[in-house]
Design a binder for this molecule. Structure first.
Ligand code: EPZ
Length: 417
C-alpha cells in the first residue's frame, strides 16, 4: 500500500496532457478569500495539497466545490479567524492564508506551517514584511496571532527572494490603505498568476513579472472566473523522464515560456526539442551527455523543484555532472535512494552533488521522503532495469494528479499498490 510499482528500462513514447499548476492554484485559492463574492477557478489540479487548502478555506467559512477540474469558492461569509489543524502543519503554502486573512478580517491565528523536509524553511521574511505594514505578531509555542488595526501600504525590500513572502505581502497589500512597493519581489510564474487573478478581480498592481511590484490597495474586488496555467514542474518531470529513459514524447499544453532553462539543459544533454502552440515535442537519445555544472536559481534560472528529477536523468549520462542547490539547504534526500539503484553520486556537503554516469540503474525498493524527490524516484524507476517500488506515494500525490496515468500515456508499465 502507498507505493508505486514500475517495470522500467524501456524508452518512452506517447503524449500526455499537463495538469494545472499546484503552486499557482494554492495562492489563488487563498486570494479568493479576499473577495466577498464567488470565484471560479478552472484547471485547478486534483491533488492532495489543493484538497487540504480547500479544507482550510472551509474551516474559515468558505463554501468550496471542486468538480472535475473547476473549483468554485464562495467567500461571502467568513466565520473564523483561526487557521489551525494538521493541514497547516503539513502544508507550507497554508502560510499564504496569513496575508489573505489579514487582508480580509485584519487578524489571523495560525499554527506554524510545515511542508517538505527540504530545509529549515523559516517564515521570518513573511513576518518582518507584514510588520512593516502595521501588523503586530504575537508568537506562542507552535502558533502565532497576527493583528492589524489598520493595514497600511509600505515600502518593503526583501533581503532574499521568497515566493511565499512575496505572495503574502501581495495579498495583504491589495486590501491595505495606500500604496505598497515591493522590492526584490520573487518573479516566479506563480506570482504572475496570483497578480493576474487579483488584477482581473479589480486590484491595481503594476510591474507584474518584474522585481518591483507597486500595489495600490483598497480597491473593491469582485468574483471572477480564472484559469490556472499549466504546471511547469510537472511538465519538467516528464521532460526529465524522457531524457533519462530515451524516446519520443509530446507534452501537451506545457508552459513553454516558463520552461526555457529546463529546455536549454535538455538540449545540452542531447535532446531534440521542437515547440509549437500546442506543446513541446521531445526526441531523446538513449546515449546522453552529462552536464558539467548546473545550479538551481530563482526564476528564470533552473528551478530547485527540478533538481532531483534532473539528478535522476543524469545518473546514466555519459560523463560527470555537478549539481549545486542554492535555494534550499537540504534537498538531496534522494541521493542515498538512487545509490541503492546503482547510481554513482558523491554528495559534497549539503549543497553539491557529483554524478558519474553509470551504464544503467537497477530496479529495487526505494522510499520517497518529499514531493519532488518522490517524483524523481519514479523517473529513476522508469529508467531502471527490472522492477522498482517507490514507497510513500502520498508525498507524490501532493503535487501530481495521477502520475501513473501520465506515465501510462507515455507507455510505461506502472501501477499503484
Ligand atoms: C515555494 O516555496 C514553492 N512552494 C516551492 O515548491 C519552491 O521550491 C520554492 O518556492 C522555491 O521556488 C509553493 O509555492 C507552495 P521561498 P516557498 O520562500 O515559498 C528562505 C514544490 O515542490 N526563506 O521562495 O516556501 C527559504 O528557507 C515546492 O512544489 C527564509 O529564510 O519558498 C529558502 O531557502 C517545494 N525565510 C528560500 O528562502 C522566509 O521567511 C526560498 O524560499 C522565507 C523563505
Amino acid at each position: 500500500m502507498d507505493a508505486i510499482h514500475i517495470r522500467g528500462g524501456n524508452a518512452l513514447f506517447g503524449e500526455t496532457k499537463i495538469q494545472g499548476s499546484k503552486n499557482a492554484a494554492l495562492p489563488v485559492m487563498a486570494a479568493a478569500l479576499l473577495i466577498e463574492d464567488v470565484c471560479m477557478i478552472e484547471n485547478c489540479p486534483r491533488i492532495s495539497d489543493v484538497h487540504h487548502m480547500q479544507e482550510l478555506l472551509e474551516s474559515i467559512g468558505c463554501k468550496v466545490r471542486h468538480t472535475n477540474s473547476t473549483m468554485t469558492i464562495d467567500a461571502r461569509n467568513i466565520s473564523q479567524d483561526t487557521v489551525a489543524g494538521e493541514n497547516v502543519k503539513g502544508m507550507r503554502s497554508s502560510i499564504t492564508l496569513l496575508g489573505a486573512m489579514l487582508g480580509r478580517v485584519g487578524e489571523a491565528t495560525m499554527d506554524y506551517p510545515g511542508g517538505c523536509v527540504i530545509g529549515e524553511r523559516p517564515i521570518d521574511i513573511h513576518l518582518n514584511a507584514l510588520r512593516r505594514m502595521g501588523v503586530a505578531i504575537y508568537e506562542k509555542e507552535g502558533s502565532f496571532t497576527a493583528r492589524a488595526k489598520n493595514l497600511e501600504g509600505a515600502v518593503i525590500s526583501f533581503p532574499t527572494s521568497s515566493v511565499g513572502a512575496t505572495e503574502n505581502v501581495i495579498l495583504a497589500a491589495v486590501m491595505a490603505k495606500g500604496v505598497t512597493v515591493l522590492q526584490n519581489a520573487a518573479k516566479e510564474p506563480e506570482i504572475v498568476a496570483l497578480c493576474e487573478f487579483l488584477r482581473e478581480a479589480g486590484a491595481v498592481i503594476e510591474g507584474i513579472g518584474g522585481p518591483v511590484l507597486i500595489i495600490q490597495g483598497g480597491h473593491k474586488l469582485h468574483g471572477i472566473c480564472y484559469r490556472i496555467p499549466a504546471d511547469r514542474i510537472v511538465a519538467g518531470t516528464y521532460l526529465m523522464s524522457v531524457l533519462g529513459a530515451g524516446g519520443h514524447i509530446f507534452l501537451e499544453g506545457a508552459p513553454i515560456a516558463q520552461m526555457r532553462s529546463m529546455l536549454r539543459i535538455a538540449e545540452d544533454i542531447g535532446a531534440e526539442i521542437t515547440i509549437s502552440r500546442e506543446g513541446i515535442n521531445v526526441i531523446a537519445q538513449e546515449h546522453k551527455r552529462a552536464v558539467p555544472y548546473v545550479k538551481t536559481e530563482v526564476y528564470p534560472g533552473f528551478p530547485t523543484d527540478m533538481q532531483s528529477p534532473l539528478m535522476s536523468a543524469l545518473t546514466t549520462a555519459h560523463g560527470v555532472s555537478v549539481l549545486e542547490e542554492t535555494i534550499f539547504e537540504d534537498r538531496f534526500h534522494i541521493v542515498e535512494q538512487l545509490k541503492k539503484m546503482g547510481a554513482h553520486i558523491e554528495q559534497k556537503g549539503r549543497r553539491q552533488a557529483v554524478i558519474r554516469g553509470v551504464e544503467s540503474l537497477l530496479g529495487c525498493e526505494v522510499t520517497a521522503q518529499e514531493l519532488r524527490g518522490g517524483a524523481a524516484l519514479v523517473i529513476a524507476g522508469a529508467m531502471a532495469l527490472g522492477e522498482t517500488i517507490v514507497r510513500n506515494r502520498h508525498f507524490i500525490e501532493r503535487g501530481y494528479e495521477d502520475i501513473c496515468r501520465d506515465y501510462r500515456n507515455l507507455g510505461v508499465n506502472i501501477y499503484t499498490a
